[in-house]
Design a binder for this molecule. Structure first.
Ligand code: SF4
Length: 459
């Protein structure tokens, strides 16, 4: 099993990795499939059907817009928001797509994207089916995709037989669980970040890996900065106001005048995370960490390390991200990082475990302490449901990232006060999360049919 740091952390756009980035990527993959089809020149129209959680919360997550952008040829990492808006407006008039290497395709998003509120597809809660037809309306090609969290997309066939699993033995440190990770660290004398880096260098040249890591942090930090400078209401109709900029001004003033309470450290963590998640809710550029809904936790804790921790060194940023990615990879491989599959324990819980591990590592933790930090953070998110109000990634998601970041720092600090030995191994905690997610009622798995989403205050 190997999940690159650049798969765990992907540059994209908000508000959701599974409901926005995944469907956009799936649409692009379907066009590629159509380009390879022997009768591609006969294609005249394309349509999409959204199932399960993509149908129930797709409007709030702008899934229909994401599918349309994917069919217009955009990939999440390359989206130019202004040009995309222009193309969406043009499509609203022409109802025609002009994909490279294919004929003109009729496509009216209002008609050709169907929200199917029936039972979800069997492979995953987030399913979508694309179909291309000829001029007579006969089906030429159809493919089913599952958006399995963190922007990852698989076809129904790939879901049955994951293609990468066979290659595990070729990586220098092919750890598929935390026990193997710790054993390899002991045997090699390397840190988790060093082993992860060796695995990455197996795929890409070392300088490319370092450049990529540096770019990831630059986008994460840019997102924090933008979020701290924006005011006003978030889109979607809930009338949720951005708070990060105002809180940040208050914190800066208190620090300036030496009036800050000791617990203001929590507020700094919270405001960095909320800045990211407000940007995400507004459809801005974010890095999935490991998902969009949970995108604030890792950047917040890394920024906290750089700006607030004694002895912080900017050249440890890469080690932070590599360690966090190692933990995220273990959780994704052995359980899930998808809110639609495991609830919010899979999103913010995973993000907190990753951030705790990264912080523990750069503060000098041993691999055993790092594993302990990740376990503490994940353990205290177990059972957390996903119940976004109105299907928007705003309430409870924005604040929840702030609290997740605070828990991550507490977990790292607690682990650093021990010697790494502890009762509950990370692997067992990940399995507990998987079982809890499996048993969780579908109302609490990104359908907005339960919890906070159905207990709204009277306006
Ligand atoms: S409640 Fe958690 S899992 Fe659900 S959308 Fe919000 S951040 Fe994601």
């Amino acid at each position: 099993m190997f999940l690159s740091v650049f798969d765990v952390f992907k540059i994209g756009i908000g508000p959701s990795s599974s409901h926005t980035m995944g469907p956009m990527t799936a649409a692009g993959r379907f066009l590629d499939l159509l380009r390879r089809h022997p009768f591609r020149d006969a294609a005249a129209a394309v349509s999409a059907r959204l199932h399960g959680s993509l149908a129930f919360t797709g409007k709030g997550h702008a899934t229909d817009r994401a599918v349309t952008l994917g069919l217009l040829g955009w990939a999440p990492a390359e989206l130019d928001p202004d040009e995309a808006e222009r193309q969406l407006a043009a499509l609203g008039t022409t109802h025609q797509l002009r994909p490279d290497g294919l004929p003109l395709l009729a496509f009216d998003p209002a008609v050709d994207i169907v929200f199917d509120y029936g039972p979800p597809l069997p492979g995953h809660a987030n399913g979508l089916v694309f179909c291309a037809r000829d001029a007579a309306g006969a089906e030429l090609l159809s493919e089913t995709y599952y958006s399995i969290g963190g922007g990852f997309v698989v076809t129904a066939q790939e879901r049955e037989a994951p293609p990468a699993a066979t290659a595990a033995a070729s990586w220098p440190y092919p750890f598929a669980n935390a026990a193997a990770m710790l054993r390899m660290a002991r045997e090699s004398g390397l840190s988790i970040a060093q082993m992860k880096r060796a695995n990455e260098n197996h795929l890409q040249a070392p300088d490319e890996v370092e450049r990529g890591l540096s770019r990831l942090w630059s986008v994460m930090n840019g997102c924090i900065e933008r979020g701290l400078s924006q005011e006003g209401e978030l889109p979607g109709g809930l009338r949720v106001r951005r708070r990060a900029a105002r809180i940040h001004r208050q914190l800066a003033a208190e620090r300036q005048s030496n009036r800050a309470q000791p617990h203001a450290a929590s507020d700094w963590l919270g405001v960095y995370a909320m800045a990211v998640n407000e940007e995400n809710a507004a459809g801005g550029r974010v890095v999935t960490s490991p998902t969009n809904g949970a995108a604030g936790v890792v950047p917040a804790v890394l920024r906290y390390y750089l700006d607030h921790c004694i002895g912080a060194e900017p050249d440890r940023i890469a080690d932070f991200l590599l360690t966090a990615a190692a933990i995220g990879g273990l959780i994704k491989h052995n359980a899930s990082i998808s809110g639609a599959e495991a609830g919010c324990q899979g999103e913010v819980g995973s993000a907190a475990a990753m951030a705790a591990a990264g912080l523990c590592a750069v503060l000098g933790g041993t691999p055993e302490q790092v594993e302990n930090a990740a376990e503490i953070a994940l353990e205290h998110h177990l059972g957390m449901t996903c119940d976004p109000v109105a299907g928007l990634v705003q309430v409870p998601c924005i604040e929840r990232n702030g609290i997740g970041a605070i828990k991550a720092v507490a977990a790292a600090s607690l682990a650093l006060r021990g010697d790494g030995s502890h009762f509950m191994p990370l692997d067992n905690c990940i399995e507990a999360m998987r079982q809890t997610g499996e048993a969780m009622n579908a109302r609490f798995k990104e359908t907005s049919l339960g919890g906070l989403a159905v207990n709204l205050p009277e306006c």
